[in-house]
Design a protein around this ligand. Sequence first.
Ligand code: ZN
Length: 331
Amino acid sequence: MSGEPEAEGDDGLEARLKAYEGRAAAVACRGKDPVNAPMIRHWCEALGDAHPAYAGPDPVAPPTMLQVWTMGGLSGHGRRARAYDELLGLLDEAGCTAVVATDCEQEYVRPLRPGDEITFDAVIESVSGPKTTRLGTGWFVTTRTDVRVGADLAGTHRFRILKYAPARPRTGPTRTGSPRTGVPRTGPPGADNPRTDNPRPRPVVNRDNAGFWEGVARRRLLIQRCAGCGVLRFPWLPGCGACGCPDWDTVEASGEGTVHSYVVVHHPPAPGFDPPYAVALVELAEGVRMVSNVVGLPCDDVRIGLPVRLAFQADGEEPVLPLFRPREEAA
Ligand code: ZN
């Protein structure tokens, strides 16, 4: 393809980048605060997680807080290793000046409790590419942070970024969608599957949410249901937050919902999105909530309590995304 950057096919570059695999990304870092009950409480309140293990006289920290204890805040840690900066510099020189975080994976080995003092190191685990994505061609850089309490490994946090050369902007007019409705560039008026020349980023599919995206590909919105206690959950998770059971099946959402809350995004512009557009927290008829876009009406008309209905929208050929339209229009 004519738009490929120089990085592709540069064997010398690949060898130089691969040489960074296994090198340190951060060395001998310490958590800024010990694991502590106030931060656990704030986290649980923000996420609405009332699990009793996280409260009371002898709480554990939610496992998903693992990265929290490693965060340096605005003042940072100042312990990023030179190898990591060198690697990013090489990619910059190769034209891969843009960066996007793609996904993270965590493994939990040992519970963290208030008073635990954590230390951590990070290693450049892999550099893979060049890979051509809709954003552009670039390299995936995965770092693995090992979080410890004393000599004990508490968990690992893998964080992956894509350093890429932004795809060459297309020439000619690319924005024919209505800025008032937030609907991306569309095909024939009234088409159910609007297409866009400025495609949205693809969803990150992992082993926890693969079933959800398989459902979406078949135009079905699937909600997880705990096999132990029957509680529905969304987004998809590997276990039940109510009873801890790892087994589940799915129920198909009716597609009916109401806008529980929303924001209208005016700024900043991002690839694949045409501001203004409405991002809503939709409460499905089944009781779970999901974040999506409300399309098909002026952003100013989106309101809390608006009845909406699921409307799958193909963004080009792929990915298919679950969106919501006002219920009157979808009927
Ligand atoms: Zn359950």
